[in-house]
Write a protein that binds this ligand. Structure first.
Ligand code: C5P
Length: 314
């Protein structure tokens, strides 16, 4: 086949704890990641040239090396020169449905879909774990985006343990169209303000990682207990993003007045999500937020938890 179409779901963080510094300059994290069915659609097509070309329906998405999907295709050409020579370059058509600069891993999902698509196009037969290893070279969230579902992520975010699927829950996602938060800024600011809280000793880090396994969030997920999950939502990056972006703080507060079980910012923001047990509850909360904040710049989506990452569209 000369073309594949892939769906790349957004992710939210149900839990994000920054536990320390890493020698590579990144942060040591403990996260619970969850895929939701708000998906970008990406087509990878052999173009009969020696070039990678990226096309996108969203005017603000860069089409060069600064785009993670483009970088993913470049990485595949470098890693598999024989296949590149045999099959030639690729055109990537990207339909953006996930908001950009949102803390929803949209760019990571596009990179993951590109890796999966080129693997199929070039008949490489890579395993999921080989694709994830390639993805880790592109960004911390890419390995999760490949596999999706519900996962505990440690290290930089690339060490993944699959958890019980939670595919009965819903979220309302809310983001101001014109607002985005720089992830490097959020982590840098967190380091400046909270460095003294970082665990330093490798034994302490190991203890902390073990502790999370017996903690309340893992128990809540194992038992599919939505109320308990809602009570234990946590994101350290809220401590720097909410004070710097009062509109995001107000949005989170607006969610707390709705039928949702709880609300939190995803990743480095600025998307805020409200957790709901049913689609009706999510739709009601979406309307309640819309009534509380009439600003047309605010976009809202209802999405369902899903147990899959990158999928080949039929
Ligand atoms: O890996 P990725 O490129 O997605 O990370 C974006 C930025 O987020 C990094 O440049 C870094 O500033 C910050 N980050 C971090 N620790 C992590 C993941 C990301 O400090 N574990």
């Amino acid at each position: 086949m000369r073309a594949y179409t892939l769906l790349a779901p957004a992710k939210i963080n149900l839990y994000l704890e920054i536990v320390g510094d890493r020698p590579d300059g990144y942060h040591e994290l403990i996260m619970v990641m969850q895929s939701v069915d708000l998906c970008d659609r990406l087509e990878v097509r052999a173009n009969g040239t020696n070039d990678i070309r990226l096309f996108c329906d969203h005017p603000e998405v860069p089409l060069d090396q600064s785009n993670l999907a483009y970088r993913a295709a470049t990485l595949m050409c470098e890693q598999f020169p024989d296949a590149f020579e045999r099959y030639g370059g690729v055109d990537i058509y990207l339909e953006k449905n996930i908001p950009i600069g949102a803390g929803l891993a949209g760019g990571s999902g596009n990179a993951a879909a590109t890796l999966v698509g080129i693997d199929l196009l070039w008949k490489l037969g890579l395993t999921q774990s080989e694709i994830q290893d390639l993805g880790a070279q592109l960004g911390s969230d890419v390995p999760f985006s490949v596999a999706g579902g519900t996962a505990l992520a440690t290290g930089r975010g690339e060490n993944l343990a699959t958890l019980n699927t939670l595919d009965q829950l819903y979220v309302v996602l809310a983001k101001y169209r014109s607002l985005s938060v720089s992830t490097p800024w959020a982590y840098k600011t967190y380091r400046q303000q909270f460095h003294e809280t970082y665990l330093r000793h490798p034994n302490d880090l190991e203890e902390r990682r073990k502790h999370i396994h017996s903690g309340p969030m893992m128990g809540a997920i194992a038992h599919h207990d939505a109320l308990q999950i809602a009570q234990h939502l946590h994101n350290d990056l809220e401590k720097v993003v909410l004070p710097a972006y009062p509109a995001v703080k107000a949005l989170r507060e607006a969610f707390q007045q709705t039928d949702c079980l709880a609300a939190m910012m995803s990743g480095s923001g600025p998307t805020v999500f409200g957790l709901a047990e049913t689609q009706e509850q999510a739709e009601a909360a979406r309307q309640q937020v819309r009534q509380a904040i009439a600003d047309p710049d605010l976009e809202l989506w209802v999405a369902k938890f899903i147990s899959k990452g990158i999928q080949v569209a039929t």
